[in-house]
Design a protein. Structure first.
Length: 500
């Protein structure tokens, strides 16, 4: 009964006119940046964070979430029509989606991708609603000891699927943790790594760092792409209504993809590419004729696209119930919560029910919007590929500088953002993924706070972390992951999987 009451509260919040407007804005922006290869939802959310200051928290998060799952739709459009994945998660859609387009079935491929995404989004919304209350109730029983171990697991899991060497990913985690403790120590009042700058007394501002690393850094790297890399297809798309036979062929793949995405999206560090690639591998393995894949198999579009959208939405579960980000974009969401004065954690379910359930309900509303508006606007999305990055970049830099300055009316944040942009570009050039750094930056203060609380509870006895059964199991998983990652045999398989 409580679940239905909460869902009604969420629907009432999500269908408020202002929230509907910002949900529409979010999914449209998300689709647009999904279409443009190389920009992605992480830079876009990072760039728009400063502009959510004047919004109510439910409205801000409904818009930011819309950008995230809207990008999953947009990425599949260019993957199918242009053979250029707008999103990492849409890479696998190119394999069969573009072949279907070349076979004259572009409309069918786009329709199956949209229907599969809507179906998966609907199921994922139900999964979130069903799991939110039990997980939050369980999390409320956690003490600082279990939270510390859980945070360590989240950080290490982020390393497992980070591109590049394990050592580099661990170094990024450590660097993020160090940056996260800059400022005045709450307990002693001593300054830590402020180097005499009064602007650092309250710590490094999360938003300029995210905007620099993920916004300007990644978009600057895209300036090196030539227009020849993208061959825009302008042929009119027809046949957007699939037949019953097509739906019957695609529906089992949608079900399997939704189940895979719903499970893998919850895992810390899962990343955007894991659910669709896993779904594609499964469909190919169980198919009666695997040779059809890569030549326009409808299951090769339905399964990955369903897994893609389900994974995107269920990645909100650890954030809403435990206050733990499962990927870099969820780390941005935690930063946004803190910006709005909301402490992430299981208490959100009780203290901010309108925010949590409004966000959950808005996911279904947003997916319905995407299904209705996406297919008729295909021509608009494809025409956006003609816009060169050299024209987009100056406008993006201008908006970034305005946003960074507006956080605290300080030029220090602008220079911090530009410095992080140079650092982000450097990371890209040397092949280091900055996502673990962002997770370390966000989780660093929480890790320190829970460690100190645990030490106060145990009078400084570090064995408390293995005396607690839950904490001991979590730390055992961490140890197994670390040993596995540094095992030469497993490390080689990991590199091959990531390269693929």
């Amino acid at each position: 009964m409580e679940l239905f009451h909460n869902l009604l509260l969420g629907l009432a919040t999500a269908t408020e006119p202002v929230n509907l407007l910002y949900c529409l804005f979010g999914v449209l922006i998300g689709t647009a940046i999904g279409v443009l290869p190389g920009i992605g939802p992480i830079p876009t959310v990072a760039l728009l964070l400063p502009f959510t200051f004047g919004l109510a928290p439910p409205t801000a998060f409904i818009m930011l979430a819309g950008i995230f799952y809207g990008a999953q739709y947009g990425g599949s459009t260019t993957a199918i029509l242009v053979n250029v994945p707008g999103e990492t998660s849409s890479v696998v859609t190119c394999l069969d989606g573009h072949q279907m387009a070349r076979n004259g079935q572009a409309g069918l491929a786009l329709a199956i991708a949209a229907i599969g995404s809507f179906f998966a989004g609907t199921v994922a919304t139900i999964v979130i609603a069903l799991l939110a209350l039990p997980l939050a109730a369980l999390a409320l029983k956690f003490t600082a000891v279990e939270y510390f171990s859980l945070l360590v697991l989240g950080l290490i899991a982020a390393v497992v699927l980070a591109h590049g060497s394990v050592a580099k990913a661990l170094a990024m985690i450590v660097l993020g943790l160090i940056l996260g403790i800059v400022g005045i120590d709450v307990s002693s009042g001593a300054e830590r790594m402020t180097f005499g700058f009064p602007q650092l007394a309250d710590g490094l501002d999360f938003v300029p760092i995210a905007m620099g690393l993920f916004g300007l850094g990644e978009i600057a790297a895209n300036l090196e792409r030539t227009s020849a890399d993208r061959q825009v297809v302008t042929k009119k798309v027809t046949g957007l209504m699939p037949s019953l036979a097509d739906l019957r062929a695609a529906f089992p793949a949608m079900l399997r993809g939704t189940a895979i995405g719903s499970f893998l999206g919850v895992l810390p560090g899962g990343g955007a590419a894991l659910p669709p690639f896993t779904a594609y591998a499964l469909e190919k393995k169980i198919a009666r004729d695997p040779s059809r894949f890569g030549k326009g198999a409808i299951e090769g579009v339905a399964g990955p696209e369903s897994a893609n959208n389900a994974g995107a939405q269920t990645s909100f579960i650890p954030l809403l119930t435990l206050g733990i980000p499962s990927n870099a974009l969820m780390a941005l969401m935690i930063g946004a919560l803190m910006m709005h004065g909301i402490q992430p954690g299981p208490q959100i379910m009780r203290e901010q029910p309108q925010l949590v359930w409004g966000l959950i309900a808005s996911m279904w509303v947003g997916n319905l919007m995407l299904l209705v508006i996406n297919l008729p606007l295909i021509g608009v999305w494809i025409s956006m590929l003609k816009i060169p990055y050299r024209l987009l970049f100056p406008a993006i830099v201008l908006f970034c500088c305005i946003g960074a300055y507006g956080i605290s009316n300080s030029m220090f944040n602008v220079w911090l953002m530009l410095g992080c942009a140079a650092l982000g570009y450097f990371f890209i050039k040397i092949g280091v993924e900055p996502a673990p750094l962002l997770l370390g930056l966000v989780l660093g203060p929480q890790l320190e706070e829970n460690f100190r609380r645990a030490m106060l509870i145990a009078d400084g006895d570090v064995s408390v972390f293995v005396r607690s059964p839950i904490s001991a199991v979590i730390l055992l998983i961490v140890a197994v992951l670390l040993v596995a990652m540094f095992s030469p045999k497993i490390a080689k398989k990991r590199e091959e999987a990531l390269a693929e």
